[in-house]
Design a protein around this ligand. Structure first.
Ligand code: SF4
Length: 226
């Protein structure tokens, strides 16, 4: 049986985990929670886990149940493996948080719609959108981050966690939501052009140099990928 590429083999070597495709930025409703609970009970899924990226992981799933679970979930599975945009994490921003200075949920929804799972990249790619400089969505430690200030967004690029963590660098300041979306497309295009092998964006920037990468984003016609 061919399994969807989103299925992740678990430690027991027999069962799988996957991430339910849900609305952007971890915004849930009673209906979504009910559907997840119904699926978990119907297929006797032993573990439901919230991931660090605000996603819902269903773990311990029997492989033969996966097609029916996909059908029952409706929206399908979210990318969890492979070289593409995995997720857009966002804080509550001006929608809910008293400290919010920009609408992180609205921006995250736009980025989610445009980029999730759709691009063939050198490696995985993650977004973190925060409504103010407190950076609750860890914008500095994801591939593409933005945090809100009174006059717009600050965009930071090239962060990562993992065994060799790196803080992102500021690409733009006081830009609009439209400009953030445009910069996201440009950063991804530059990563595709300059990334080598299975290299995370942070390592690409270190290898080619920040000024070269920045120029590739802002003046793509002027920079060679060789
Ligand atoms: S980053 Fe700012 S707006 Fe977002 S949750 Fe944290 S304090 Fe609130």
């Amino acid at each position: 049986m061919e399994l969807p590429r989103e299925a992740i083999l678990q430690r027991d070597g027999k069962t799988y985990a996957f991430i339910a495709r849900l609305p952007a930025a971890g915004l849930l409703t009673p209906q979504i929670l009910r559907r997840l609970a119904d699926v978990a009970e119907k297929y006797a899924i032993p573990a439901i886990k919230l991931s660090s990226a605000q996603r819902v992981v269903l773990a311990g799933v029997k492989p033969e149940d996966i097609p029916a679970i996909q059908q029952d979930l409706g929206a399908g599975l979210a990318p969890a493996l492979g070289p593409c945009v995995h997720y857009v994490k966002a804080c509550p921003g001006t929608t809910l948080c008293r400290l919010g200075q920009q609408d992180s949920l609205a921006l995250a929804a736009r980025l989610d719609e445009m980029f999730i799972g759709k691009l063939d990249l050198p490696h995985k790619f993650k977004f973190g959108i925060s409504g103010c400089p407190m950076n609750c969505s860890e914008s500095y430690t994801l591939d593409f981050g933005a945090f809100g200030k009174a006059r717009g967004w600050t965009v930071v690029v090239g962060g990562k966690g993992g065994a060799r963590p790196r803080l992102g660098q500021v690409l733009a300041d006081n830009v609009s939501s439209d400009e953030v979306v445009d910069l996201a497309g440009r950063v991804i295009a530059a990563y595709r052009a300059l990334g080598s092998g299975r290299e995370r964006l942070a390592r690409t920037i270190e290898r080619v140099g920040w000024e070269q990468f920045r120029a590739a984003v802002l003046e793509p016609g002027q920079v060679s990928s060789s």
